[in-house]
Ligand binder design. Sequence first.
Ligand code: CA
Length: 430
Amino acid sequence: MPVRQSFIPVAPDGEFPLQNLPYGVFQPPTGDPRVGVAIGDQVLDLAALWRAGAFAGTAVEGEPVFHQGALNAFMALGRPAWRQVRDRITELLAADGGSSLRHDAALRAAALLRQDAVTLQLPAVIGDYTDFYASRDHATNVGTMFRGADQALMPNWLHLPVGYHGRASSIVVSGTPVRRPWGQTKDAADPAPRFEPTRELDFELEMGALIGSGNPWGESIPTASALDHVFGLVLVNDWSARDVQRWEYVPLGPFLAKNFATTLSPWVVPLDALEPFRVNGPAQVDPTPLPYLRGAERSWFDVQLEVLLQSAAMRAQDAGAQLSLCRTSFRHMYWSIAQQVAHHTMGGCNLRPGDLLASGTISGPTPAERGSLLEIAWRGSQPITLPTGETRSFLADGDRLTLRGWCQGDGYLIGLGECSGEVLPAHAGD
Ligand code: CA
């Protein structure tokens, strides 16, 4: 069956075909920020379409949820409303449809803008941010480095999705430069801690689930219906200062090593677009999870992931040069998003629209699938060499780090867009 096309042309390897329709928040050249959908190299202004009556007969007909600088109000409406709106946008953009948009030049002029003419913002007001530690390969790599292969996984790891409450205020949108933080560090040989810019700035390849409809305080979300509460997925870079982390993390986990910045991709890919890419995860049989974590069949997603690095020297030689550091898939996670949501709410913790649940670093089973420099350069013992001859164990000032993600469909591609940031030098000391 031929793949359904939009009347706006999309290249065969384009990230934003009719099958994707990711939501974002954009600042147009004039006017206030509002909600849009990416199609090809354009952004569809949903506020303009709403004003023109294009959502009549849907759940948002009387709800100005798109005239806002955040997706939260739309997210709160729940999956039936998201499906109605997605179906309506599909009909408006389909090349084989008799849509008002296709045949109305004035409406097209009002509602379609080039993506390079707008500024993308964070897609939601993120009230709470939780970060998990759910890749067995990542946890095994890090555990092996610090405790040895025999004790790589802590005793709880195969029984529950380990996580911690992160910091929402310092989440930034892709493209925002990230300044190297200062912090306390202490190497084994140091008699006392030092205060200095981190020498071990790292990235973490992660995906994030943005919560749509939440749960009332005191109630929990079952694993089997947990994905109904997830609005969509984004790419996440959990920037990390490893030397700061090593000194501060005992006994409550990372704190300042993580709270200076977390970068998100701007386009939220709806779970409905990712439905064909749902898969089963690894067998969870030894041990079998407790009953409240069962029922997670097909709650993993086969999203291809890549991490790209460009140093300042590489950029000076060739503006487009990038070195691929990692290629893996989100499907390798041990704990799925559904299990993370169920575990998070099991004691009655309420999730709210716009909350971010990040997956934890995603590493796959082979060395080419390691999702952090800590693992790629194996704690500094195997530095990587860049095309310029430079070496890296951790990130240097001027490095630009980009995460990409996509799902290869039958005749189309679902792109996650990109999640990038450049490392700025630390502030000068006194
Ligand atoms: Ca992390």
